[in-house]
Design a protein around this ligand. Structure first.
Ligand SMILES: [Zn+2]
Ligand SMILES: [Zn+2]
Length: 359
């Protein structure tokens, strides 16, 4: 996954269009491949352009704010990295209807740029959020309780017991890696491996912090407000930047991805912004016409069934569907009208129908 576009341009979510433009111009001037011959400047320039193309377009920008990079529905496969199951000590059970599954995943980028000893970005987190169709129609703001790792409050993330400071790992001299020489019958081979003493951090704590046992982070729950836009459908994910796990050694926090699932509705079927409803009328209503009350997602509407309506006629109630997620206007409500033929008639009714037949 690419870097956060705001981070790329050195701006934030609150930055104005002008500020973004200015930031882009400054950086583009600095990294333009004609000017900057350093290795990696072309990539950097490409990244800048990509970020600017999205953040300079108000619609793309708001889409990015909501959905992160990819927009639209997509499965977990879109994240590059594999999923890692993660046990938050049964925390998921406390979510009520909000979350079934809480998983931590690592994005692909992280594995590639993992630096020993240096700042490391926190992991992205995933939370599944189930909402009703009515909530999807109107949009909803949810407060989610999200367990995540934060910098340990006791040691402020250093991992050392307050009053002590972490010292350079004696085994690797702070490098986080050591050379390992293997002797075989063919000769000696040198290999660089992660330092077994400090596990790559480059420092060791003479007295580790008693709260976090030296790893600098502790589990906490925080409340995250998520604005679910009207018209959302199952399969979309919303990104809450910075709401994932805290980074280590001053690294930026990961993001929280909220995966949306819209529950089925007892009355309506849904396809995109359109809704489908089925109802029955009597053969007399079909022949003579009638006005029906039909339910809509936010109340009731009147449907005029004209005289002579045929069985299984579809009527369209314009703009009684859901709002379009990424555009203007609303979908429609389609009402399928079925005609019910009575299976039992009273003597009087049968008499009348026979008269009608012979007339
Ligand atoms: Zn601590
Ligand atoms: Zn070491």
């Amino acid at each position: 996954m690419a870097r956060d576009y705001y981070e790329v341009l050195g701006v934030n979510k609150q930055s104005s269009a002008d500020e973004i433009k200015k930031a882009y111009r400054n950086l583009a001037r600095k990294f333009h491949p004609d000017v900057n011959k350093e290795a990696g400047s072309a990539d950097k320039f490409k990244e800048l352009n990509e970020a600017y193309q999205v953040l300079s377009d108000p619609q793309k920008r708001s889409q990015y704010d909501y959905f992160g990079q990819a927009g639209g529905p997509q499965g977990a496969g879109g994240f590059g990295g594999g999923f890692e199951g993660f046990d938050f000590g049964g925390g998921a059970g406390n979510f009520g209807d909000l979350g079934d599954l809480f998983e931590m995943f690592f994005n692909g980028r992280q594995g590639a740029t993992r630096q020993h000893g240096g700042p490391q970005r926190g992991e992205d987190l995933r939370l599944d959020l189930r909402i009703t169709l009515v909530e999807a129609a109107k949009g909803v703001e949810k407060e989610l309780e999200v367990p995540h790792y934060v910098a340990c409050t006791t040691c402020k993330g250093s991992g050392a017991k307050p009053g002590t400071t972490p010292v350079k790992c004696a085994t690797c001299q702070g490098a986080g890696q050591v050379k390992k020489t293997q002797r075989t019958v063919l000769g000696s081979f040198a290999q660089i491996v992660t330092c077994p003493t400090c596990h790559g951090s480059g420092s060791s704590n003479a007295s580790p912090c008693p709260t976090c046992h030296g790893n600098g982070r502790e589990k906490k729950k925080h409340t995250v407000k998520v604005k679910v836009p009207a018209g959302i459908d199952s399969g979309y994910r919303l990104r809450v930047a910075g709401a994932g796990n805290a980074g280590t050694k001053g690294g930026s926090p990961g993001d929280l991805y909220v995966f949306i699932e819209v529950q089925p509705h007892p009355l309506f079927n849904r396809d995109g912004a359109n809704l489908y409803y089925r109802t029955e009328i009597t053969f007399l209503q079909a022949i003579l016409g009638d006005e029906l009350k039909v339910p809509t997602i936010d109340g009731e509407a009147t449907l005029k069934v004209p005289p002579g309506t045929q069985p299984n006629t579809n009527f369209r109630l314009k703009e009684k569907g859901l709002p379009q997620l990424q555009g203007k206007g609303k979908g429609d409500l389609y009402v399928l009208v079925e005609v019910k033929i009575p299976t039992k008639l009273s003597k009087g009714q049968e008499e009348l129908l026979r008269q009608y037949k012979n007339a």
